[in-house]
Ligand binder design. Sequence first.
Ligand SMILES: [Zn+2]
Length: 198
Amino acid sequence: MDRTVRNAEIRTCAGCRQKEGRDALLRLVVSGDPPRVVPDVRGCAPGRGVSVHPRRRCVQQMLRGNRVQRAFRRGVISPSVDNIVTEALNQYCRRIEQLLLAARRNRRIAVARDAVDKAIGGHSVELIIEAVDASERHQPSSNAIARRGIRSVVFGSEESYGRLFGRGAVGVLAILDRGIAESIVDAIERCAKLAEDS
Ligand SMILES: [Zn+2]
């Protein structure tokens, strides 16, 4: 099927019952033995899927009564909201890591402050990602970022980026690819929504 058609597909959130574009929703599938409901962030696991807004509130509504059993048309172990939220957050984090590694393979990322400062000066930077715990000496010049109107987000830890790129603590990254930047922002926004206590 043509990708643009697929992206325009409309689904109903199994929690609040509102209609929504498929891509804005979190897909859930049944997996394992005994069968349990798990998130499918990539949206490509086989079998019947159920869609829900990536929001705690909607996941909670979906788990009421035996809606899950009805939606999947089979007996499944009904997970807790925390199970689903935690697993979805893990999957989003892995997805972000994969996007960062893809950016590195394509040489569309600057890792750590010196490289980021250089990228801001020379290339068209699409996104700055600053670690939540970035120490001051690891941060790029916020003036330069603001002056050039570069989008920036705060996510992840110095240690996790250091591990991902096989070096010491990394406080900041610059993404040079627009598509990858948009996918990362989308995943980070979903994490934030899911983590919210609503
Ligand atoms: Zn909903």
